[in-house]
Design a protein around this ligand. Structure first.
Ligand code: IMP
Length: 184
């Protein structure tokens, strides 16, 4: 679906599908250049939000990559980060001496990612970088400094392009602010 198909549920479209894909092509070119000549990088997607960005980023690359997934608990059905992170699904491969790029949908407080990066670093990868499609202002107060960022967003609860509210809106093509009327 796109934003025009759900009138009244969104207050503002930040990025359309076309804008997102254009930006992903730019980020992919950067990654292609940075990893040229290195051993095959592993794209590590964080379920479930990173599904769309993983699909589009991996196909925009000209490099060979492998893909794997982790699932961690985050917001549940609410809109506030709890700070409680649990690994619900671990990696299927060993990342020792691998070049790992964590692929994230959005960094808000950075709490989820801080935990994840600490956990991954202890497994001794050759390198560990982060690509996030979206970043919110609070992320600047965290120690997380993603090497690859799609777009910065204002401090609003957004949905679409993989991001959900209570399990819905992941299949919205655009990235848009959810109307508070939906969750109040
Ligand atoms: P953080 O730990 O606060 O950085 O939150 C990270 C996770 O919370 C993301 O991977 C998303 O799953 C979720 N999240 C953060 N902000 C939003 C939002 O605006 N909409 C939907 N999910 C969000």
């Amino acid at each position: 679906m796109d934003a025009t198909e759900i009138p009244g549920e969104l207050t503002r479209v930040h990025y359309t599908e076309a804008q997102i894909l254009d930006r992903i092509a730019e980020v992919a070119a950067q990654i292609d250049a940075d990893y040229a000549g290195k051993s095959t990088p592993l794209l590590l997607g964080v379920l479930n939000g990173a599904i769309m960005v993983m699909a589009d980023l991996s196909r925009a690359l000209t490099l060979h990559v492998e893909q794997d997934w982790m699932a961690v608990s985050s917001y549940g059905a609410g809109t506030q980060s709890s700070g409680v992170v649990r690994i619900l699904k671990d990696l299927s491969v060993d990342i020792e001496n691998r070049h790992v790029i964590v692929v994230e949908d959005i960094i808000d407080t950075g709490l989820t990612l801080a935990y994840l990066l600490q956990n991954l670093a202890s497994r001794r990868p050759a390198s560990l970088e982060v690509m996030t499609m979206f970043r919110k202002p609070e992320a600047f107060d965290s120690p997380i400094d993603p090497k690859y960022v799609g777009f910065d967003l204002p401090n609003e609860f957004v949905v679409g392009y993989g991001l959900d509210y209570a399990g819905r809106y992941r299949n919205l093509r655009d990235c848009a602010t959810l109307s508070p009327s939906v969750y109040s």
